[in-house]
Design a protein around this ligand. Sequence first.
Ligand code: BGC
Length: 462
Amino acid sequence: MPDATADKSDATTRFVYVASAISALGGLLFGYSGVISGAILFIKEDFKLTVVEEEVVVAAVLIGALFGSAAGGKLADRFGRRKVLIVSAAIFAIGSIASSEAPNMYFLIAGRIVLGSAIGAASFIAPLYISEISPGTHRGRLVSINQIGLTGGILISYVVAYALSGIHGWRWMFRLGVVPALALFSGMLFMPESPRWLLLHGFRDKARAILKEILDKKEAEEEFQEIQKSTGFQANSWADLFSPRIRPALVLGIGLAVFQQVTGINTIIYYAPTILEFAGFKSDTQSILATVGVGVLNVVMTVIAMLLLDRVGRRPLLLAGLAGMALSLLFLGVAFDLPALSGVLAIVSALSLMIYVGSFAVGLGPVFWLLISEIYPLKVRGRAMSVATTANWGANLIVTLTFLSFIQMLGKPLTFWIYGLLGIGALLFAYFLVPETKGQSLEDIEAHWWAGKKAGEMGKNK
Ligand code: BGC
């Protein structure tokens, strides 16, 4: 595809960026759910929670997200990406208010399941929507705006939790979730539906008009024809997802989804202070600094990834990031295995933690969500992303529920070595199976699978 922005007005480019930024508020909702790590300290006092009850309150969002991600794909394929995003924003707002007003633990759990279902759906429909409205040459950059929303949301949640901790303000921590939800809701009301979904459902004129907003006239017409070709491909039902030609893409999405979580990102992000405490950083100030530091680094490195994805490609960033993650996890394990070096230990573990988060943010973090928004056939794109996303939330839940028990049962070094070994597994998986999608149109990618070609051949001989 030629450089889609070369002879277009600034206004058009702005349109795609604005639409991407608005839908990326879906990512922000996802990230803001991290506010629970601050809120739970007060909730457990107010509701006198046992450890198990505390875990259930925290995990309720993940359980809701499993439902939301499983159901969201079929809905997005049937009713459109935009509508489902709008409804998810409304459900998020309702869930936030319900959680904030909870009179008891059961009500709170129910509110958080509702909230989670919205996050589960928005977590993949936002990147899906952006991917489908983006010109191929800028898709990497635009889709990763969603990951910036996500990492920004995590950072905001840290700051809000910290700011409200003085007034025991857990109810306000939840209430504030309504702000980004309303912004997403009202912003999306003014955004168009994805032109690809429109064309697939026979809204030809509307699809054409939106493509003309994104591309110049000639390219819009070419793209229109290309998308129309895709609508003729067979995949239509769940069964087609497992057909031999599409199966590699399915395996790829599920594999990356699971690796993204089992290499421990959310334990590191949410337990950073605990991990550093193990290493000898004890004061509250140090632990707050560490948490905010991790949050800022996560955002900054995601911005760098965003700038690089359409230049150097997805594969180099993913592979370099995975190598950095595996190495830093192994170092973290070694550091914990050498208690004699306690002063050095603190520094080595703080550095490993930073390298780990930076490597995730430049690679597997954004690249997973980007790839699953690119590699599936149009007709089943929502459902296929739904499968990968549900696998991601499922693995997230398992890791969340097992991390502290692993530390207790196996010890710190072994726990981090296991994550590190899984990181090496992820590196090999990515090296052999991940295609380079940089600069390809979604239709080229789809045609590649239907032609029965291997992932490794993608983007070559063009
Ligand atoms: C992951 C989340 C994680 C976040 C951290 C995302 O790509 O899916 O589980 O919390 O990155 O930045």
